[in-house]
Design a protein around this ligand. Structure first.
Ligand SMILES: *[C@@H]1O[C@H](CO)[C@@H](O)[C@H](O)[C@H]1NC(C)=O
Ligand SMILES: *[C@@H]1O[C@H](CO)[C@@H](O)[C@H](O)[C@H]1NC(C)=O
Ligand SMILES: *[C@@H]1O[C@H](CO)[C@@H](O)[C@H](O)[C@H]1NC(C)=O
Ligand SMILES: *[C@@H]1O[C@H](CO)[C@@H](O)[C@H](O)[C@H]1NC(C)=O
Ligand SMILES: *[C@@H]1O[C@H](CO)[C@@H](O)[C@H](O)[C@H]1NC(C)=O
Ligand SMILES: CC(=O)N[C@H]1CO[C@H](CO)[C@@H](O)[C@@H]1O
Length: 361
């Protein structure tokens, strides 16, 4: 099936369309009751667990950097170098992200090669300057991935939720939970982990380095994904790579939607909202259990920064779900989600377990 044109899509990519209008009030109530308390409970766990982890965390190596890229949505940016044919390249230009302290990430480029002796990073530049420090490299890629690439998997959620609620799509009811109030808190609340005008919440004791306004600005431009939308390209990575599994999951979702009579124009929105979002979190939390600073321009990673990063990883990037209402597709006893769960299990069992029906964390 050819992708439909933008105008016929019932859902649009808008991260900031998350106001609590009367028709979605029940979703906000549900979120404050069932999901948001988890952040307070988990905060205690995140601090204690991170104190323990401090004894084991080590600085990133070339293998960690490439592993992170190949097992998250960053993989969509990989291009094979045409000239030599043996290097993988990632380039990002016109980025709008800003970090505290007046730093801007404008562009970056990475070149690496996988040989018999493992992976080797050949070259990394940021804003036109060479960077050789592996920790800064990892921080920069992590910063870009979490605030630009990953955010793109959140973009369709608000609009999709409004569509489900306004049209009373019963089959997809579970896919309306939490996403909108979560976005509202991230963008508008003083409890957000993101910085507002460079200000950080005083209550949390940890926090992110990205400025909220710059994240919203960056989210308005999907062009980084141009040329990467061709799903065939994902498949060229190989059947069992992250990209290959995404490709097969998208086909599986399309078939399941067909079997359950769901509007096929919702495919990409639902794909991002359920599968892409969850497996991206899964990959990023598995590959970032390392000692690095969240701020890409930090020259050192002090003990405090390592703790700060670890708390962020355990609390924000690891799946944080209410065990009594997890909203994973495996836990929803309804034909559509069970069918999807069965299909995903054939692709990757660990993925099938982590996929949630909506953006939950
Ligand atoms: C989006 O970003 C691309 C580069 O990634 C740039 O060429 C383009 O002008 C931007 N579009 C808008 C509307 O800002
Ligand atoms: C990257 O940003 C730097 C600093 O703004 C600029 O000098 C350089 O030309 C940019 N490089 C590319 C490839 O856009
Ligand atoms: C989200 O869906 C859009 C819409 O077609 C697609 O182009 C994009 O690649 C998806 N984003 C991610 C991160 O997969
Ligand atoms: C951020 O802090 C500055 C100075 O401390 C203050 O002037 C500004 O109003 C604050 N902004 C917000 C959105 O709280
Ligand atoms: C945690 O690290 C971020 C990024 O460097 C920093 O902005 C933030 O202030 C740190 N948190 C605290 C509580 O200092
Ligand atoms: C844990 C995991 O999925 N690792 C994968 C990361 O990406 C590389 C390259 O695509 C795979 O070979 C690994 O299996």
């Amino acid at each position: 099936m050819r992708p439909t044109t933008k105008t016929s899509l019932p859902v649009r990519p808008r991260i900031d369309d998350c106001e609590c209008t009367p028709n979605v009030q029940h979703l906000f109530r549900r979120h404050y009751l069932l999901q948001s308390p988890m952040y307070y409970i988990r905060w205690i766990y995140a601090v204690l667990y991170s104190l323990y982890l401090l004894f084991f965390l080590r600085a990133p190596t070339d293998r960690d950097i490439v592993g992170y890229i190949e097992n998250t949505t960053m993989t969509m940016l990989i291009r094979r170098d045409g000239k030599t044919g043996e290097c993988e390249v990632i380039t990002v230009s016109d980025c709008k992200l800003r970090a505290s302290g007046g730093y801007k990430l404008k562009n970056m480029s990475l070149r690496y090669k996988t040989g018999r002796n493992g992976v080797q990073i050949l070259h990394f530049t940021r804003n036109g300057d060479d960077v050789t420090d592996r920790s800064q490299m990892f921080s920069t890629i992590y910063f870009y991935h979490t605030h630009s690439m990953h955010t793109k998997s959140h973009l369709f959620s608000n609009s999709l939720v409004r569509h489900i609620v306004d049209n009373d799509v019963k089959t997809l009811q579970e896919s309306s939970y939490t996403s909108m109030p979560l976005h509202y808190v991230l963008l508008h609340s003083s409890l957000s982990v993101l910085m507002w005008d460079g200000n950080m919440s005083q209550y949390l004791g940890y926090g992110d380095a990205c400025i909220r306004e710059s994240l919203v600005e960056e989210s308005r431009n999907m062009s980084a994904l141009d040329g990467h939308r061709a799903e065939e390209h994902w498949n060229s990575h190989g059947k069992d790579t992250f990209a290959g599994k995404l490709f097969r999951s998208r086909l599986a979702l399309r078939d399941v939607m067909g079997r359950h009579g769901i509007d096929p124009t919702l495919l990409d929105a639902l794909f991002n909202h359920t599968i892409v979002h969850s497996v991206d979190h899964h990959g990023m939390s598995e590959w970032s259990c390392l000692r690095f600073s969240l701020h890409p321009w930090d020259k050192e990673c002090s003990l405090y920064q390592a703790l700060n990063t670890s708390v962020y990883r355990v609390l924000i990037t690891q799946p944080n779900l209410n065990p009594l209402a997890p909203n994973t597709i495996s836990s929803i006893n309804k034909p559509f989600y069970q069918d999807l769960y069965r299909e995903l299990k054939n692709i990757d069992t660990s993925w099938a377990e982590v996929v949630t029906a909506s953006v939950m964390y």
